[in-house]
Write a protein of this length. Structure first.
Length: 135
């Protein structure tokens, strides 16, 4: 489940979701209403993360992980959530989320995710070191 968010349109159960500016400049008001569909939450979380709005990103990614844990995007959301937690200074929560990601990756065991598993393990080590040093 390696996902690359790019400027494109994805069709979902909630209808089209635009990642990046809409190619025709069409406003996307439904994306700012908090509609709980996981792809919409992912979009809003990614936008908040890019703006370093860690609290909003945290809330959006957590909604996917907690409310839609079987959604294909849930592991990605948990990975982003871990970084939100770390950026907010809660390294214990970051370790918890990264462990969840590592578990998902190991359980699925798909070879195309080997790089992501390697990165998640490196991030787990980093978050633990931050926890150990009290940062």
């Amino acid at each position: 489940w390696i996902y690359h968010i790019e400027d494109t349109i994805h069709l979902t159960e909630a209808g089209p979701v635009v990642f990046g500016p809409h190619p025709k400049g069409i406003p996307q008001p439904e994306l700012s209403t908090g509609y709980p569909h996981p792809e919409v939450q992912l979009r809003l979380g990614a936008e908040a993360f890019a703006q370093r709005d860690w609290e909003t990103a945290q809330r959006r990614f957590r909604s996917i992980v907690d409310e839609s844990p079987n959604h294909p995007m849930a592991p990605y959301a948990a990975y982003q959530l871990a970084w939100c937690e770390a950026n907010l200074g809660d390294h214990r929560a970051a370790v918890k989320e990264i462990r969840r990601v590592v578990g998902w990756l190991r359980d699925e065991g798909r070879p195309e995710e080997a790089v992501t598993l390697k990165e998640a393990l490196m991030d787990l080590k980093h978050f633990r070191s931050q926890l150990d040093t009290g940062r």
